[in-house]
Ligand binder design. Structure first.
Ligand code: 5GP
Ligand code: MG
Length: 180
């Protein structure tokens, strides 16, 4: 782990809460399928997904929920080119309408892989939702159907996102500054 500190709050817990509510309001009408499955990409999406589904409940949307663990080779703050399934979905997704939920859309490789993978498993439709989007970092063309916040090319932690396994529990989203 490089020397670093966490300082600047990018989005407060209150700002995130308000944005999640508005986002679910936008997605609720499109999510009326009887056969809706939310699939969280572990591990970064777990808090976002937990907030999303409770807000969906308030807006009378009742999906089934599952997770998959996707890994890109490499560590630290850079993802490498290849995505692999470390743990696949446990539920039958053939014929379902899937909404994939990820923490952050960066190069685009993870969500683009997830989409292809779920279509290959027979999902009827696959839509994608990312809490954060860094369009400047895209290396494969990809646009999520729903985005919480669009941000600049900064490394962020909190609200589920980690640096080397740490800071997931931070209730707001903060920028990491690397020393040196
Ligand atoms: P992509 O495949 O779009 O490059 O990568 C998305 C994944 O990279 C995210 O799900 C996340 O795990 C990781 N990632 C990308 N940018 C950040 C960031 O700023 N902070 C953290 N904690 N993870 C990031
Ligand atoms: Mg991730």
């Amino acid at each position: 782990m490089k020397a670093h500190h966490i300082e600047e709050v990018l989005f407060s817990a209150d700002q995130i809460e308000a944005r999640v509510r508005a986002l679910v309001h936008d997605m609720a009408e499109g999510c009326r399928s009887e056969n809706l499955v939310l699939i969280g990409v572990l591990r970064g999406s777990f808090i976002f997904l937990a907030d999303l589904v409770r807000e969906l409940y308030r807006q009378d949307v009742h999906p089934r929920i599952d997770f998959m663990t996707l890994e890109s080779y490499g560590s630290g703050t850079e993802s490498s080119g290849t995505v692999r399934v470390a743990k696949d979905v446990g539920m039958e997704v053939a014929g379902t309408d899937v909404l994939v939920v990820d923490d952050i859309l960066d190069t685009g490789r993870t969500l683009s892989f997830a989409r292809q993978h779920l279509l290959a498993l027979g999902a009827r439709t696959v839509r994608t939702c990312a809490l954060l989007d860094k369009p400047a970092r895209r290396s494969v063309p990809f646009q999520a159907d729903y985005v919480g916040f669009t941000i600049e090319d900064r490394f962020v932690v909190g609200y589920g996102l980690d640096y080397d396994g740490r800071y997931r529990e931070v209730p707001h989203i903060a920028c990491v500054t690397f020393a040196g």
